[in-house]
Design a protein around this ligand. Structure first.
Ligand code: HDE
Length: 701
């Protein structure tokens, strides 16, 4: 007789020991959800009045007996949980990952290997430094953490939008974060690296140079979570059915391309719409413009030294250029549902690099090894105990029978008398699983060495890869990067810190160092730039490619006399491209009536340039010189956004001083729409960049 299995904790029993169904009054409702139309206490008692406390007389003292008052206020008192120590600010979405089967030769994990297999996922994007309520568009690294609910257990791929990290060893992480977080005396500045302690640390700890350069590049201010790459950062080991191993690095490639805000847009959004990225993600999903990424791997032989062409695969501050080892696509991720409840899902989701499934193993990357300790540990405080994997969003979709017992907030009701192994009392249940039963059997690997607090000498090269990254950027990205360094260091008080950063930059590239020095009014430092690999074109964002417009926002400037038929035609044309049109007029309300009626969604008071990827002016729009409308147009011009106008709309652009490349005018909507769509596909009108950055950083003195 097979042993009686202990009940599966992921599906708590719904029938009481008496045989009476628990849910008798309410059918088979989802036990996780709120239910019914009546206000109840947490115990399910119906409440007649939730507005007034129980008192001894209308003007009398409140009675301690009022359990509803006590429970309501007391629960409220405990609503907050500790925010994440890092990555506190985030937004999440549900989705589906579909494997294309090409990874079958390198891994036995069905989630990646089985052609057409669909696995549910939850993804959380985040900034690193800011508190939970901070603005989305701060210059920062972005988290890109994916929870795959596979049939073999949960796999968490906890990555970032940059492929390298600040530190090589986990033991340095607290130092990095303490230096980057607000200063401990005044707790400023919030969500920013532009302060003394951050630059103090990274100028002394030069292994951070590569990651800092990524942060100062346009990658530090993404246009949208939907337009970011994602990277696993570390090398992982994959194991196939024949127990052969390879090393891999993971990369997410967005269908919409990689695009960024300008620094001016990022700063504007921090004030006018601190939820800029959160809103963009939720709105796009709600509109059916489901964000999509390809998951790819770079595959390396699992050699004894774990090096590839001189690049140490265990050093998380290094990449292997895609031109040397191409990224092979192994599946597709689509985010197709917004969370129902922010707290239950996006806040309570908890990732752990230690969550892997058979077919995916670790390497000795010292940063990864340290992370495997940290993520379980942090949840014990943040989610209040060891049962956090039982929360609905964290619950595995595979059966769980782990012999773990008790602890705060235990959700399961385990049966049996023998939560230990081996046992005979519960007929030996649960049983261990070997390789053939899908058990997580580690492929044996040899480890030997002296006990030391050291890293390999290949970790000592801190500069050649930042130099390669700098050499790979397009000219406009280089200008932005110089401006970013100049801005950040311009906020630093200590002269010695600025000078030390310049010395680091001089080791990376002479031009970079002298341009930043020029902006700071300091002498260009002496330095001999390192030799580096050839530029990697895959690292540049601006490459002349064109991308779909899903979820892009367009403003049409209108007014009571505007050509509403033209606006309706514009809306249809943009809808067909997946972009959304918003009508902007001097006052709120509705323009016109009947079929072409247009609801005003933004006024000159509520709109700001950063909300829109392009601006169109309708025939008949007011040309009254309203300063707010003019500012919006001029900001959009500086931000290199495409413009279009038809009929008298062209005069509005002319009066506001908007002309030059990327400004399309014609007699009707049909004359301008295809040029507008093509320009938006390039993200910005790059040809205009030189005209509006003429005042950029002056050369060094
Ligand atoms: Fe994390 N990191 N991290 N990290 N990390 C956390 O875990 C930590 C590192 C990353 O949306 C924390 O649940 C250490 C690299 C993301 O919930 C914490 C080290 C990468 C998220 C933690 C690193 C990341 C976190 C905070 C050095 C990119 C957000 C709350 C060894 C590959 C996940 C939490 C989410 C979150 C520790 C380094 C990405 C404290 C000790 C490298 C995307 O455990």
């Amino acid at each position: 007789m097979p042993p009686a299995r202990k009940p599966d904790q992921s599906a708590p029993a719904q029938v009481s020991p008496t045989g009476v169904p628990f849910e008798a009054a309410d059918g088979d409702r989802d036990p996780r959800a709120q239910a019914g139309d009546t206000v109840t206490s947490p115990n399910g008692v119906r409440i007649p009045d939730t507005d007034h406390a129980l008192k001894a007389g209308r003007r009398g003292p409140t009675l301690l007996e009022d359990f509803h008052l006590r429970e309501k206020v007391s629960h409220f008192d405990h609503e907050r949980i500790p925010e994440r120590a890092v990555h506190a600010r985030g937004a999440g979405a549900h989705g589906v990952f579909t494997a294309n089967g090409s990874a079958a030769s390198i891994t036995r994990a069905p989630v990646l290997a089985e052609e057409g297999l669909q696995t549910p996922v939850f993804v959380r994007f985040s900034t690193v430094l800011g508190s939970r309520g901070s603005a989305d568009t701060a210059r920062d690294t972005r988290g890109f953490a994916t929870k795959f609910y596979t049939k073999e257990g949960t796999w968490d791929l906890v990555g970032n939008n940059m492929p390298v990290f600040f530190v090589q060893e986990a033991i340095k992480f607290p130092d990095l974060i303490h230096a980057a977080k607000p200063s401990p005396d005044r707790e400023i500045p919030q969500a920013q690296s532009a302060h003394d302690s951050f630059w103090d640390f990274v100028s002394l700890h030069t292994e951070a140079t590569h990651h800092v350069l990524w942060n100062m590049s346009d990658r530090g201010i993404p246009r949208s979570y939907r337009m970011m790459e994602g990277f696993g950062v570390h090398s992982f080991r994959m194991v196939n059915q024949a127990r052969e191993t390879v090393l891999v690095q993971f990369k997410w490639t967005p269908k919409l391309g990689v695009h960024s805000l300008t620094w001016e847009e990022a700063q504007l959004a921090m004030g006018t719409d601190p939820d800029f990225h959160r809103r963009d993600l939720a709105d796009a999903i709600e509109a059916g413009a489901f964000p999509e990424w390809e998951l790819g791997v770079q595959v390396f032989p699992d050699t004894e030294d774990q090096m590839f062409e001189g690049i140490d695969l265990l050093d998380p501050t290094k990449i292997v250029p895609e031109e040397m080892v191409p990224v092979q696509t192994i599946g597709t991720l689509v985010l197709n549902a917004n969370p129902t409840n922010y707290f239950s899902e996006t806040e309570q989701v908890a990732f752990n690099t230690g969550h892997v499934v058979p077919g995916i193993e670790f390497t000795n990357d010292p940063l990864l090894q340290g992370r495997n300790f940290s993520y379980q540990d942090t949840q014990l405080t943040r989610l209040g105990g060891p049962n956090w994997t039982q929360l609905p969003i964290n619950r595995p979709h595979a059966p769980v029978n782990d012999d773990h017992r008790d602890g705060f907030m235990q959700q399961g009701v385990p049966t049996g008398q023998a939560p230990y192994s081996p046992n005979t009392v519960d007929d030996g249940s649960p049983q261990p699983a070997g390789w053939d039963e899908g058990g997580y059997v580690v492929v044996p690997r040899k480890v030997e060495g002296e006990v030391v607090r050291e890293v390999a000498s290949s970790f000592d090269d801190h500069f050649s890869q930042p130099a390669m990254f700098w050499a790979s950027l397009s000219d406009v990205e280089k200008t932005h990067t110089v401006e970013a360094y100049t801005f950040e260091l311009g906020k630093v008080y200590e002269q010695a810190i600025k000078e030390r950063v310049l010395v680091v930059l001089a080791t990376v590239d002479t031009e970079l160092a002298s341009l930043v020095a020029g902006g700071l009014g300091l002498p260009a430092p002496e330095g001999t730039p390192v030799e580096h690999l050839p530029a990697s074109p895959a690292l540049a964002q601006v490459r002349g490619e064109s991308f779909p417009l899903d979820g892009r926002q367009v403003a049409v400037v209108a007014g009571p006399d505007a050509d509403l038929t033209g606006i309706a035609a514009l809306r249809r044309a943009l809808d067909a491209e997946g972009a959304q049109l918003k009508v902007l007029a001097p006052r709120g309300g509705v323009l016109g009536s009947g079929e072409d009626q247009q609801v005003v969604e933004r006024t000159n008071l509520t709109a700001r340039s950063v909300e829109f990827d392009a601006v169109v002016v309708a025939d008949g729009a007011p040309d009254d010189g309203d300063i707010k409308a003019v500012v919006l147009l001029q900001e959009a011009l500086r931000q290199l956004k495409p413009f279009a106008a038809w009929g008298s709309g062209a005069d509005v652009l002319t009066s506001a001083g908007v002309s030059g490349p990327g400004v399309f005018t014609g007699a009707s909507v049909d004359d301008v729409v295809s040029d507008l769509v093509a320009a938006m596909g390039q993200h910005r009108v790059w040809e205009r960049a030189e005209l509006v950055t003429a005042s950029a950083v002056p050369p060094a003195v």
